[in-house]
Design a protein around this ligand. Structure first.
Ligand SMILES: Cc1cc2nc3c(=O)[nH]c(=O)nc-3n(C[C@H](O)[C@H](O)[C@H](O)COP(=O)(O)O)c2cc1C
Length: 227
């Protein structure tokens, strides 16, 4: 083999080796890319699983907020001028569940002096003013927050109608009132008389002038009675 032929063969071998190296590098690079895609996919999958788990946890937490240890909660109240309603709304915001305003079939007058007379007459007669509000699913609730204004040192007679109409045996009843200063006026024991098989908690009393600012009093009371 002459010198020229030897150079040609060596050059050919060199070209083949260089091509081999280039192809090898490309194959290795592709392999790496595929591997990292698989890893990315795997980590997205992990994230997805985490998301579902988190969602499930959140849903569970929401259910706990809704029902909590005290079961399903209903806030039910009577309010003529809105003070008791303010307190009811704070309770509802804090404990969740459902909220219902009790309305009488015959609406009470907005004339204060006339209302005083009507309320006194109803109390003297031990009246049971008819309620237009009906609660079909009251059996579902474990805890009833029951709110009313103090009228003539007592519950409005519409609350007695409510206690007559519904059997709250076995439930927890948490009474809350607003008043011009009389406080609870012993009304939780009247509730207990009407619902002897219920567990009546300590009540909350709020001054009428303070009902809009009663949120912290509401929250303290709620924690005292276990909410
Ligand atoms: C007919 C009637 C009787 C009331 N009797 C009393 C009472 O005996 N003691 C008291 O402190 N406040 C009494 N008040 C004041 C209310 O209890 C108080 O303003 C209450 O916050 C009204 O609640 P509401 O806005 O939810 O209707 C009476 C109010 C009315 C209209």
């Amino acid at each position: 083999m002459n010198k020229k032929k030897v150079i040609a063969v060596v050059a050919f071998i060199l070209v083949i080796v260089v091509i081999g190296i280039i192809v090898g590098i490309n194959l290795a690079r592709n392999n790496n890319e595929n591997t990292s895609t698989v890893q990315n996919e795997a980590s997205s999958e992990n994230q997805a699983v985490g998301q579902v788990a988190n969602n499930e946890t959140n849903t569970q937490e929401n259910q706990n907020n809704q029902e909590g240890e005290s079961g399903k909660v209903l806030v039910v109240y009577f309010s003529h001028t809105g003070n008791t309603e303010n307190v009811a709304n704070f309770i509802h915001q804090a404990v969740g569940g459902d909220i219902v305003k009790l309305e009488t079939e015959e609406q009470y007058t907005d004339n204060y002096n006339d209302l005083l007379d009507i309320a006194q007459e109803e109390k003297n007669e031990n009246a049971r003013p008819a309620l237009s509000t009906k609660i079909d699913n009251i059996d579902e609730y474990d805890t009833i927050f029951l709110g009313y204004p103090i009228w003539w040192g007592d519950m409005p007679m519409a609350i007695y109608t409510f206690l007559d109409e519904y059997d709250l045996s076995g439930k927890t009843i948490a009474p809350f009132v607003t008043s011009g200063g009389s406080g609870l006026s012993g009304t939780p024991s009247n509730i207990q008389d009407g619902e002897p098989e219920a567990n009546v908690t300590e009540g909350l009393s709020v001054r009428d002038s303070n009902s809009e600012n009663s949120q912290s009093a509401v929250n303290s009371w709620l924690s005292e009675i276990g909410f």
